[in-house]
Design a protein around this ligand. Structure first.
Ligand code: ATP
Length: 252
């Protein structure tokens, strides 16, 4: 079915549209089949969270905007799912920050990086990472291959839909990691410096809005916002929301 044929009044229109975008992403060679499975896991959490941005995520998005504005050299990482789901939103955030986007993939041949870069080029944005020229220590997967001008020298990296190993390797390399991950229990969520437990398609525009709102905010105030953010408390809140104890459920 074509995107324009999806019934707009369908109660699960958003979800259908996203699945459709990912399916197209696979067809165009941007998204991996494993990416579909990862999305399924994300969707399940989003369903449980009521498919909306919760209070813990709003706080994290605000703190993420402050951290990105405070960064000397922030970089936004792009994978096959974000390329299919929200490329324009990623571009808008990069432009609001005046920073670069870099493609970085776990699965797939080198050609997939190039296809993603070509997809962004059609949308008017030059991506880094299509021809990686540096290696991030501590990683064995494709993820280790980065761009010297991008992730390699970044001090803050935004990583939507990540795997825990890379989050750890980025942190070991001295970078601050901001993750977007709907699973508050994932290794990424627990290992990142700042975790936004929200859907990437909602989180990225929300961070962009905060970045724009903060444009004239003094650095000292941004530091205060970033410092005041408690990542563990945010994760606890998200996990508590799912917990039968706090939701009044019983034993399974
Ligand atoms: P980890 O190594 O961190 O434990 P994992 O192996 O569980 O990660 P992956 O298979 O790499 O995870 O999947 C990526 C993560 O992205 C999952 O935790 C999933 O919940 C999350 N995710 C999937 N789709 C979205 C989305 N649209 N928005 C935000 N997060 C998502």
């Amino acid at each position: 079915m074509k995107t324009e044929n999806l019934p707009k009044n369908h109660p699960r229109y958003r979800s259908l549209l996203e699945r459709h975008r990912l399916e197209e992403g696979v067809r165009k060679g941007l998204t991996s089949l494993q990416g579909l499975l990862a999305h399924g896991r994300g969707e399940a959490f989003d369903y449980l969270f009521g498919e909306r941005t919760r209070s813990w995520a709003r706080k994290a998005e605000r703190a993420a905007a402050a951290e990105l504005l405070l960064a000397r050299h922030p970089v936004l990482s792009v994978n096959g799912n974000t390329a299919a789901l929200c490329p324009l939103e990623m571009i808008a955030l990069a432009r609001a920050l005046g920073c670069r986007l870099e493609v970085n993939l776990f699965y797939g041949p080198a050609g997939r990086r190039k296809k993603i870069a070509a997809h962004f080029k059609e949308l008017g944005e030059e991506l880094l990472g299509a021809k990686p020229d540096a290696v991030l220590k501590g990683l064995k997967s494709n993820r280790a291959r980065v761009d010297r001008r991008g992730i390699f020298k970044a001090d803050v990296v935004l990583v939507p839909l990540e795997d825990g190993d890379r989050t750890e390797a980025l942190r070991k390399a001295g970078k601050k990691v901001i993750a977007i991950d709907l699973n508050p229990l994932s290794r990424t969520a627990r290992k990142a410096d700042l975790t936004v437990v929200d859907h990437v398609a909602r989180a990225v525009p929300a961070i962009t809005r905060e970045v724009k709102r903060f444009k004239l905010t003094p650095t000292a105030k941004l530091r205060k916002i970033a410092l005041a953010f408690d990542n563990r408390a945010g994760l606890r809140q998200a996990i508590g929301f799912l917990s039968p104890k706090t939701k009044g459920g019983g034993k399974a």
